[in-house]
Design a protein around this ligand. Structure first.
Ligand SMILES: Cc1cc2nc3c(=O)[nH]c(=O)nc-3n(C[C@H](O)[C@H](O)[C@H](O)COP(=O)(O)OP(=O)(O)OC[C@H]3O[C@@H](n4cnc5c(N)ncnc54)[C@H](O)[C@@H]3O)c2cc1C
Length: 493
């Protein structure tokens, strides 16, 4: 079933326990802190449900992100689907439903990983994938742990009782992006666990309205937005990040994916293609976001009347180079696809390039923002608090002559500059910079992983081939010999 937007919105208003500013939220779809974003997510479902994009977004009655790719062409088709949804939020909704959908397809490609000597979650993981796909559900995930305080209670989600039919869990996970808008939330751990830390080696997925499951929302930028004209992004694409607390939550066995098994709890991300699928979706969104931001930069330079200056053209050229880099990582990960171990016939985007995308994107995004801020200048600050001021009988005519530009009317210019501020300088924009730097994980972890992802031996071999080609007695062989494998001829003595 492909859901419509209204079907999605109706399901949101269940008994879920969401807290914002000390108050329990009643009705996410109509609450001023969430309704604009909920409507944007509903818009995504409508794109898949019945629009010209349906055939790109869906295949055999499910969203393409749920299918297990088997060929390079399947990867390309998935990326085309990711791109349609990414463009619908200009890349600002990071955790659209296709994100976890792609992860679920990754788990389903290797269900045998979930069969362990402590628990057999293989049927449950296939049922999880089927349930999400067939009902077109939105699943968020919380896999980052709070820090324990020495001598204090364990703050991390763990099992406090086993009962007939399931387990009772208590504790927290730090950030669940999009969780307040989701149908289900997957609770697990991606951080490395000590080999004997079976207490925290646990993964399950529950409906967001499960009794005892609480989501404590951060400040809502949407709630602070004045409206679409003044805050065009934060009023509509604030996916929110909430802390998840499990206050003695009952989890039926059929909802448990891993239990008391460190290898499976980590391996579900790293040995199945789930994480590589995540990066494929995220890298497509990142590329789209850079396209959008570069477009904003070009419009700013036109409006500022600077677009023909050589230095400005170079700066825009630098941004376009960044867009091309972001695109190249997506295409290269697809082209370097790998077969999934385990004989299921599935493929996944290449590990080396996918892992490198995390480094590139986290480092590139702040540079891109700085570059665009440099092009924007002070204009993004010199704005009336509200666009409505332009309609004020006294203020409007007073400001108008000072807000015009050679390219646009006062209203057009204020509209563009407010969009730019929301994307580059607002609290929402600052959250996005932190998101692009950290949502993939902590740099000290993924930089170490890159080291293990391959490539080091080839680099070392090439440098070694150069060194081996000469010594104090003179050049031993022509440059280039021995670079393909380092097995060049003997050195002359
Ligand atoms: C906007 C946003 C949205 C997010 N959404 C989600 C979500 O939906 N679900 C989810 O599960 N998680 C989410 N995260 C969490 C994200 O996965 C983590 O922030 C990330 O894994 C880093 O973990 P941490 O924040 O605990 O950082 P820490 O581990 O506290 O690290 C902080 C800094 O210190 C460095 N550091 C720490 N230890 C070392 C060391 N030993 N050596 C060298 N450097 C070190 C790190 O590299 C990092 O730069 C989100 C994060 C952000 C910012």
């Amino acid at each position: 079933m492909i859901r419509s937007g209204s079907h999605y919105l109706d399901a949101l208003d269940d008994g879920r326990e969401i807290w914002l500013d000390g108050e329990r939220v009643k009705g996410v779809s109509s609450h001023p802190a969430f309704r604009g974003t909920a409507a944007s997510i509903a818009g995504l479902y409508d794109l898949a449900h019945g629009s010209d994009h349906s055939s790109v977004l869906t295949s055999d009655g499910v969203h393409r992100a749920y299918t297990v790719p088997r060929t390079h062409a399947d990867l390309v088709a998935r990326r085309q689907a990711y791109k349609v949804w990414a463009e619908a939020s200009y890349g600002f909704l990071g955790r659209t439903p296709d994100y976890m959908a792609s992860g679920a397809a990754g788990f389903a490609a290797l269900p045998q990983l979930f069969t362990t000597d402590t628990f057999d979650g293989s049927d449950n993981v296939l049922a999880f994938h089927r349930r999400l796909a067939e009902n077109d559900l939105y699943c968020a995930f919380t896999i980052t742990n709070p820090r324990p305080r020495p001598g204090g209670d364990d703050p991390v989600v763990r099992v406090v009782a086993e009962r007939d039919g399931g387990i009772v869990v208590r504790g927290a996970k730090t950030i669940g992006s999009g969780a307040v808008f989701a149908d289900e939330v997957l609770v697990g751990t991606i951080e490395p666990l000590a080999p004997d830390d079976v207490e925290h080696a646990l993964c399950f997925s529950l409906p967001v309205d499960t009794p005892g499951l609480k989501l404590i929302s951060r400040t809502s930028y949407e709630g602070r937005a004045r409206g679409v004209f003044d805050n065009p992004l934060s009023s509509r694409f604030d996916e929110n990040d909430a802390m998840l607390v499990c206050d003695d939550v009952f989890v039926p066995w059929e909802r448990v994916l891993t239990y008391r098994n460190v290898a499976a709890t980590a391996g579900m991300w790293w040995r199945t293609p789930a994480y590589l699928n995540f990066v494929h979706q995220a890298a497509t969104r990142f590329w789209t976001k850079l396209e959008f931001l570069t477009g904003v930069a070009i419009l700013l330079t036109r409006d500022n009347g600077t677009h023909e200056l050589p230095a400005v053209t170079q700066s825009v050229g630098r941004l376009l180079g960044m867009v091309a880099q972001a695109k190249a990582f997506v295409l290269a990960a697809e082209a370097s696809y790998e077969e999934v171990d385990g004989g299921c016939g599935g493929v996944a985007p290449g590990t080396e390039i996918s892992f490198a995308q995390r480094i590139m994107a986290g480092e590139l995004y702040p540079r891109a923002i700085q570059e665009i801020k440099g092009l924007a200048g002070g204009a993004i600050i010199q704005l009336p608090a509200s666009g409505e001021d332009l309609r004020h009988p006294e203020l409007g005519p007073l400001m108008e002559p000072y807000l015009n530009s050679p390219e646009s009317t006062a209203e057009e210019r204020v509209k563009l500059l407010k969009l730019a501020w929301d994307a580059l300088g607002s609290e929402f924009a600052s959250r996005h910079e932190q998101y692009e730097r950290f949502y993939h994980g902590a740099p000290h972890v993924y930089l170490m992983m890159q080291h293990g992802a391959g490539g080091a031996a080839d680099c070392e071999r090439l440098a070694r081939a150069c060194l081996d080609g000469y010594d104090l007695t003179g050049p031993g062989r022509a440059p280039g010999v021995g670079t393909a494998g380092g097995a060049g001829g003997g050195r002359r003595r």
